[in-house]
Design a protein around this ligand. Structure first.
Ligand SMILES: *[C@@H]1O[C@H](CO)[C@@H](O)[C@H](O)[C@H]1NC(C)=O
Ligand SMILES: *[C@@H]1O[C@H](CO)[C@@H](O)[C@H](O)[C@H]1NC(C)=O
Ligand SMILES: *[C@@H]1O[C@H](CO)[C@@H](O)[C@H](O)[C@H]1NC(C)=O
Ligand SMILES: *[C@@H]1O[C@H](CO)[C@@H](O)[C@H](O)[C@H]1NC(C)=O
Ligand SMILES: *[C@@H]1O[C@H](CO)[C@@H](O)[C@H](O)[C@H]1NC(C)=O
Ligand SMILES: *[C@@H]1O[C@H](CO)[C@@H](O)[C@H](O)[C@H]1NC(C)=O
Length: 435
């Protein structure tokens, strides 16, 4: 055979090989999609995951501020042949930033009880219960926005104790974290598939409709692509002191904070103690965080009181009749005295003003009010004294105020993009899809 023929056969085989391997490995993904459901009984938002060699599927509560995933699911336990503990001293343990090492002996070892295992505290944000246990990893099956299936081979989580499930929606077996750690869901997807660490949340207002979460750089279906091009943005701030009492290493919080500079009701700016609005760099107190695991925005008592007083005054000016309060809410109204519109009951508008007077997050009636009974609706903000994440965060923006906005958490550039109420555009999170 002439040398040139050998060369072309060689080149041909190379071409053939490379086209074969292209055909076998799926397209490089740009973004992944996860459904978001709401449990109307608990007001918890959850998604579905498929994990392990048998792809056990169950629901997990979405926690924007949690460090990692944890769950207790017996179907997974019984089929978990592919579970591997994260051992102490390994690179994965450093990435997980576990606080210690546990030694648990069972023969054969089972998920949650393995020897020499990297461990951390898992927190149930509803009960405050924490479980210190080993971390493990298994294959997580995920779907790209184009519908292809991919595997994350070493997705980290804690297989936890049943006690940690108390207080979770009955539809769920655990929780998935989207916090600012290296082992949160979006951090693992970004690192595994070399995509941007960014996620879009569109949280539905009822269990009858799914919203979606899109992790990565996705293209959205009309009208969301246009909406996403006009988002206002604000810096995501990192509290230098953890709001989680067990976080000893590094002390940075996993939670997302934004800088709310003032609050307006109608045209009136509330007179607030400004110290409460910024984060104290030494104690971590103050500031504004965003949590999907709080049903309503909790406010430091002095902010709460100022908001209620001004709102009641502004409502009275619109001839809205106040009625007896219904706990935990501090201001309730006769809904027959309130007109309605596509953005919900026509009540005074509430603005969270961010870095400048022209950048604000506006809450119309659908986000500021909640119906508690026939004929009675209440201002859906609560006294945060008893329901704050950390001991002393001043404002914790909760789920009711996050529904039906397009929110883009660009962790890579530490910016939050947010739309105005989707109801203004005659759409809602139940329509949020990728192309
Ligand atoms: C897991 O999947 C394998 C292969 O499909 C099957 O043989 C096995 O019975 C499954 N185990 C459980 C506990 O479902
Ligand atoms: C547990 O792991 C430690 C550290 O690697 C080792 O010294 C010990 O022998 C192990 N114990 C058992 C029962 O395997
Ligand atoms: C964590 O916070 C504690 C208490 O504020 C402080 O003593 C410690 O030095 C901090 N650790 C790090 C690594 O920043
Ligand atoms: C404002 O809040 C800070 C932090 O809680 C507090 O130390 C200070 O006394 C407050 N100032 C006033 C005027 O109430
Ligand atoms: C409120 O009611 C008073 C008396 O009925 C009326 O004069 C006024 O125009 C009303 N205001 C609004 C904003 O509807
Ligand atoms: C506040 O927390 C308690 C439990 O600590 C819970 O029962 C209650 O529903 C919470 N209230 C709100 C408005 O989140």
């Amino acid at each position: 055979m002439a040398p040139s023929t050998t060369l072309s056969i060689f080149l041909f085989s190379l071409l053939l090989l490379s086209s074969l391997s292209n055909a076998q490995s799926p397209r490089k993904p740009k973004a992944f999609i996860f459904p978001i459901n709401k449990d109307d009984t608990t007001n918890q938002y959850y998604t579905n995951i498929q994990i392990g060699s048998n792809s056990t599927s169950f629901n997990v509560v979405i926690d924007l501020g949690a460090k990692f995933a944890w769950f207790h699911d017996l179907n997974y336990f019984n089929a978990a042949s592919s579970y591997r503990p994260i051992l102490c001293g390994t690179q994965q343990c450093r990435i997980a930033n576990g606080v210690g090492c546990i030694f648990c002996y069972l023969s054969p070892p089972v998920p949650g009880c393995t020897n020499n295992t990297c461990s951390d505290y898992a927190l149930n944000p509803f009960t405050g219960t924490q479980v210190y246990s080993g971390l493990g990893q298994d294959v997580l099956r995920v779907y790209s926005t184009r519908g292809d299936q991919y595997r994350v081979n070493d997705f980290p989580f804690q297989f936890s104790l049943p006690v940690l499930r108390q207080g979770l929606s009955a539809a769920t077996a655990g929780l998935i974290g989207l916090g600012r750690t290296r082992i949160s869901l979006q951090a693992r997807l970004a690192s595994t598939f070399k995509i941007r660490q960014k996620f879009a949340l569109c949280i539905p207002s009822s269990g009858n409709n799914n919203g979606n979460m899109i992790i990565g750089q996705g293209n959205y279906k009309t009208p969301f692509e246009e909406i996403s091009k006009k988002l206002l943005t604000t810096p995501l701030i990192r509290n230098p002191v953890s709001t989680d009492m067990n976080e000893v290493i590094g002390n940075l919080t996993a939670e997302y904070f934004i800088n709310v500079k003032s609050i307006r009701v109608g045209e009136k700016t509330l007179s607030l103690n400004k110290t409460l609005l910024s984060i104290n760099k030494n104690t971590g107190a103050g500031g504004t965080s965003i949590r999907t695991v709080r049903p309503y925005t909790g406010l430091h008592r002095s902010i709460y009181t100022a908001l209620i007083n001004e709102f009641v005054k502004a409502a009275a000016a619109k001839n809205i009749t106040r009625v007896s309060s219904v706990a935990p809410f501090g201001a309730c109204f006769d809904s027959k005295t309130i007109a309605s519109s596509k953005t919900g009951p026509q009540v005074p508008i509430i603005d969270f003003v961010l870095q400048s007077n022209s950048v604000y997050w506006r809450f119309y009636g659908s986000n500021s009010m909640v119906r508690v009974s026939d004929g009675v609706i209440c201002l859906a903000f609560v006294d945060g004294e008893t329901n704050l994440t950390g001991p002393s965060t001043s404002i914790v923006v909760g789920g009711h105020q996050l529904e039906n906005y397009l929110l883009e958490f660009d962790v890579a550039s530490s910016r939050l993009g947010f739309s105005s109420s989707l109801l203004l555009r005659d759409t809602s999170c139940s329509q949020f899809r990728a192309t």
